[in-house]
Design a protein around this ligand. Structure first.
Ligand SMILES: [Fe+2]
Ligand SMILES: [Fe+2]
Length: 299
């Protein structure tokens, strides 16, 4: 993204119109009920299982996510009770959120690439958050999961969008940082008078995600962090920007003995992210190598 500061107000009106015109459901009722239950002082596995089991399609989707490679369970789980017992309530929240977003977004051009990238960035963000001492890694997971959720809306609305989607999902292929070409945000804006960050921000708000999450989504292609006054937003933004890069790196460049110059050049163009997370170039390489196998196996 170019370095000019975008106006939230100006863009969100346009983005809201687009989101409303697509008519994708916002946060499902079952998710609200589960969240309420999980956060209540007397939350129990049985009460949460009872809420989910009432919704047959949600139950099936939850089990599909639980059994996917992301959670690396050694056995196949076939009931919500068992899934809860194995994952614990906090992890379970992540699963419900993932399943709900999948259900809400449905099918669209490029759906597979979208999900492999979103799941990867969510997983990486959780890992980076834990590594860098961010207090709420679950929040980082959510930001990673939703960060590109504007993409499906644009893909559903505009027939010519899929050719741009790959660039929207990738922060590696973009030449925008060097200023050689216009960023994907710039191109989206020119064509549609909005962009996937603004649309994602509106969607995240409509799902009642925390303000730190929707703000970090808005700025996930923006290299500067000093615009954020709030420390949580600043750190979460740094985690998301780095995770988006690592996810794209693994997907588009692959791993193995990838030369560290790649990471060094990214670090050079993101000094505020590096400083905020107190990282060196080799830390990023180590993290990427650590995550490679897990991310490659995601479906
Ligand atoms: Fe993006
Ligand atoms: Fe992304």
């Amino acid at each position: 993204m170019s370095n000019q500061l975008l106006s939230l107000q100006e863009y969100s009106t346009q983005a809201e119109e687009l989101v409303n015109s697509i008519g994708i459901p916002s946060q499902p009722k079952v998710l609200m009920e589960v969240n309420k239950e999980i956060n209540s002082p007397d939350a129990s596995f049985s009460s949460v299982a009872e809420i989910i089991s009432r919704d047959v399609s949600m139950s099936a989707k939850v089990l599909k996510v639980v059994n996917s490679a992301i959670f690396g369970l050694s056995e196949n789980v076939d009931s919500i009770d068992r899934a809860l017992a194995m994952m614990g309530l906090k992890n379970f929240n992540k699963i419900i959120l993932t399943s709900s977003l999948r259900e809400a977004l449905g099918s669209f051009p490029g759906v597979e690439d979208f999900w492999s990238h979103s799941m990867a960035v969510a997983t990486i963000a959780y890992y980076v958050a834990a590594k860098t001492g961010f207090q709420e890694p679950e929040q980082a997971y959510t930001a990673g999961l939703f960060h590109d959720c504007g993409v499906p809306y644009l893909a559903k609305k505009y027939k010519d969008y899929p050719e741009l989607a790959e660039h929207a999902l990738s922060v590696v292929h973009s030449d925008a940082l060097s200023g050689a070409t216009k960023s994907v945000i710039g191109v989206e804006d020119e064509r549609y008078k909005t962009h996937h960050c603004a649309v994602g921000y509106v969607v995240a708000k409509s799902w009642n995600l925390s303000p730190a999450v929707h703000k970090s989504i808005w700025y996930h292609h923006y290299v500067h962090l000093n615009i954020h006054e709030n420390d949580t937003v600043k750190k979460l933004s740094a985690i998301l920007i780095l995770s988006d890069y690592i996810g794209s790196h693994i997907h588009y460049i692959g791993g193995g003995n990838c030369p560290v110059e790649q990471e060094a050049s990214w670090a050079e163009s993101h000094p505020e992210v590096m400083a905020e997370l107190q990282l060196q170039v080799m830390d990023i390489k180590d993290m990427r190598e650590d995550l490679e196998e897990k991310i490659m196996n995601l479906t």
